[in-house]
Design a protein around this ligand. Structure first.
Ligand code: PLP
Length: 380
C-alpha cells in the first residue's frame, strides 16, 4: 500500500501504539481519583501536556485537551459568540470545523467577514486589512491549509489585525502546521491555537486548544470540571499519552527530516510536471512540504482516486472532510476554473514516506492517466 493521504489522517507509529496499550493496561485509573494511581494518571497527562507545549515553544500558554481539533475550533469560536455588535473575521480557506461555525454565527445574525485568498491560496493581506475594525472581536485564520498546503504568514496577519484593534482575539487552526513546519507560539503572536493528534501519528479522538495564559476561556463541555474546569469528561489518558509520544518522536523528525520531505515533494513535483495534462498550483518553496495539490485535466478527481486505488495507492480529492461536497470554495477563491477544480487531487506525505513509494505511485499515475485519456479520446 502506498498511502499518500496523510493530510486526512496519519498512521500511528508502533511506539505510539505501544504507549497507548501500555497506558490502557497499566494506567487505566481515572485521573480524577484521589488515590495514588489516579494521581499517576493525572501526572502522565501533565507530562504529555508539557511535551506538546515545549514542542511549540509555548511558554506563555496553557493547553486544554479536547476530543478533537473540531471540538477545539468550536470551543474557541463559540467562546466569543455572545459579544454584542461585534464582527468576526475568517478566511475562505478554513477547514469546515471553522468555516461551518462561521456560517452558523452568520445564520444567528452575527456579522461575519471572509478574507479572500490570493492565487497562491494564502490570505490576501490587503483585503484582510480592510475587514478589521474597532468592532472586530475575533479572527480565525488557519496556519496551513489542509487542502493546498498554503502557509499563511500568521505573525504578519496578527500584526496587521492587532495594529487596527489590539483587543481582538486571534485564533489559528494549526492542525496542518503542527510538527509539519517550524512553529513557535510565543513568537507567532496568536492568542489561541488548535492542534490534532491523528495528523501527527497519534491516535484519533484527541485534540487540544492552546490558550495564551491569562486569557479566560469558558468550558464548551460542562460536567465534572476536568482539565482545570475547561473541558469536562473523564480524560482519555491513553490517547493523551500516546499523543505526547507521537509529538516527541515527530519533534525530532521535524528537525532532522524536514529537508528530506521537501526534497521528496520536489522530486514528485518534477516528475508530475512532465505529464502534459497536469497542472499544479501548489508548488513552490512557500507551501507546506507535506501537501501537493494539482489537476490532471480531463480526468475527474474521483476517477483518478479510484483508478489508483486499484493499484493500492491512496490519494484524496481535496480534503477528506469536504470530499462529498460539490464545488470547492478554496480553489474557487484562488481563481481556478471548473476544469481544474473537478480534476484536482491532493497528495500528502508523512515523515515515513519513501522515494520508492513515490516512484511506484508515479508509475501508476502516468499509466492510469494515459489509459484514461486514450479511452475517452481526450489525449488527442
Ligand atoms: N483543521 C484542519 C486544518 C484539519 O485538516 C482538520 C482535519 O482534517 C481539522 C481541523 C479537524 O481535526 P479533527 O479530525 O481532529 O477534528
Amino acid at each position: 500500500m502506498i498511502y499518500l493521504d496523510n493530510a486526512s489522517t496519519t498512521k500511528m507509529y508502533d511506539e505510539v501504539i505501544e504507549e497507548y496499550n501500555n497506558i490502557s493496561k497499566n494506567n487505566f485509573f481515572n485521573a480524577s481519583a484521589l488515590y495514588n494511581k489516579g494521581l499517576e494518571s493525572k501526572n502522565l497527562i501533565n507530562k504529555s501536556r508539557n511535551t506538546i507545549l515545549n514542542s511549540l515553544g509555548a511558554t506563555n500558554f496553557d493547553l486544554v485537551f479536547t476530543g478533537s481539533a473540531t471540538e477545539a475550533n468550536n470551543m474557541a469560536i463559540y467562546n466569543f459568540s455572545n459579544r454584542k455588535n461585534k464582527n468576526f473575521v475568517f478566511s475562505m480557506a478554513e477547514h469546515p470545523s471553522v468555516f461551518n461555525v462561521a456560517k452558523d454565527l452568520q445564520n444567528k445574525g452575527i456579522e461575519v467577514r471572509f478574507a479572500k485568498l490570493t492565487k497562491e491560496g494564502v490570505v490576501d493581506k490587503e483585503h484582510f486589512k480592510t475587514l478589521i475594525d474597532e468592532n472586530t472581536c475575533f479572527v480565525s485564520i488557519m496556519n496551513v491549509c489542509n487542502e493546498t498546503g498554503a502557509v499563511n504568514d500568521i505573525k504578519e496577519l496578527v500584526k496587521i489585525a492587532k495594529s487596527i484593534n489590539k483587543s481582538l482575539i486571534f485564533h489559528s487552526d494549526g492542525v496542518q502546521a503542527f510538527l509539519k513546519i517550524p512553529v513557535n507560539l510565543d513568537n507567532l503572536g496568536v492568542d489561541i491555537y488548535t492542534i490534532s493528534s491523528h495528523k501527527v501519528n497519534g491516535p484519533k479522538g484527541v485534540g487540544a486548544l492552546i490558550v495564551r495564559k491569562g486569557l479566560n476561556i469558558n468550558p464548551y463541555i460542562i460536567g465534572g470540571g476536568q482539565e482545570n474546569n475547561k473541558r469536562s469528561g473523564t480524560e482519555n489518558v491513553a490517547g493523551i499519552c500516546a499523543f505526547g509520544k507521537a509529538v516527541s518522536i515527530n519533534f525530532l523528525k521535524l528537525k532532522s527530516d524536514y529537508d528530506k520531505i521537501r526534497n521528496l515533494k520536489k522530486f514528485f513535483y518534477n516528475e508530475l510536471k512532465n505529464i502534459k495534462n497536469f497542472v499544479c498550483y501548489t508548488y513552490n518553496e512557500s507551501f507546506s512540504p507535506f501537501i501537493l495539490e494539482g489537476s490532471f485535466l480531463g480526468v475527474k478527481a474521483e476517477t483518478m482516486l479510484h483508478m489508483l486505488e486499484e493499484y493500492g495507492i491512496f490519494i484524496s480529492n481535496g480534503s477528506a472532510c469536504s470530499s462529498k461536497k460539490q464545488g470547492n470554495r478554496i480553489l474557487e477563491s484562488m481563481g481556478l476554473n471548473f476544469a481544474e477544480i473537478e480534476s484536482s487531487v491532493r497528495f500528502s506525505f508523512d515523515y515515513d514516506t519513501k522515494i520508492d513509494d513515490l516512484k511506484y505511485a508515479l508509475e501508476y499515475i502516468k499509466k492510469v492517466n494515459e489509459n484514461y485519456l486514450k479511452i475517452t479520446n481526450k489525449g488527442k
